[in-house]
Design a binder for this molecule. Structure first.
Ligand SMILES: *[C@@H]1O[C@H](CO)[C@@H](O)[C@H](O)[C@H]1NC(C)=O
Length: 173
């Protein structure tokens, strides 16, 4: 849960910092607009994360770069995605661009943050053309997503029990 809360706080901080004028921003939409998680809770496995990041890089080549930061002790790749929209004239401002990283699923069986990071990456990439606040965020900030830094632990965990816990938590919320 700490990992999850950490990610949420970071995400809110990052969005709030990008939008001082209008604080009622994307943190609600992130969940509601792209999400079927509450109706149909499911977690992407490591291969599906790779596919999602590859698709985002393909669909939004000017914004998204998928990469890996290496392999776990059991040989699973650690998938990451970078999102940013560098200024086209490349005038050197990029050196001063703040960089943020969102890391989740540090404990293998605490997986909610993993899904939140994935939804957030997808939401930001797909909203860039449509939402001026997202545009401003990605124009001025480089964001790196590492949805799972423990895919070995996730693979070993019992997903059915994680989903049960997720449902219990969302019913309480
Ligand atoms: C983001 O950057 C693009 C390209 O430089 C520019 O056309 C657009 O107006 C910028 N959007 C915002 C909200 O600053």
């Amino acid at each position: 849960m700490y990992a999850c809360a950490y990610v949420v706080v970071l995400a809110f901080t990052c969005l709030a910092a990008a939008s001082p004028v209008n604080p009622t921003i994307a943190h609600v939409e992130v969940i509601e607009e792209t999400d079927s998680f509450l109706d149909n809770a499911h977690y992407l496995n490591n291969e599906q994360i790779a596919e999602l990041f590859a698709r985002l890089s393909r669909d939004y080549p000017a914004l998204a770069q998928a990469y890996t930061i290496g392999r776990t002790t059991q040989g699973r790749e650690l998938h990451a995605l970078a999102l940013n929209a560098p200024a086209p004239n490349g005038n050197g401002d990029d050196l001063l661009r703040p960089m943020v990283k969102l890391v989740a699923n540090i404990q293998g069986d605490e997986a909610l943050g993993r899904q939140i990071v994935l939804y957030m990456a997808e939401y930001l990439a797909s909203s860039y053309q449509l939402d001026s606040q997202v545009q401003r965020l990605l124009n001025t900030t480089e964001i790196h997503f590492l949805p799972s830094c423990n895919p070995d632990g996730f693979a070993a965990a019992k997903v059915s029990q994680m989903l049960l816990l997720t449902r219990t938590m969302t019913n309480m919320a």
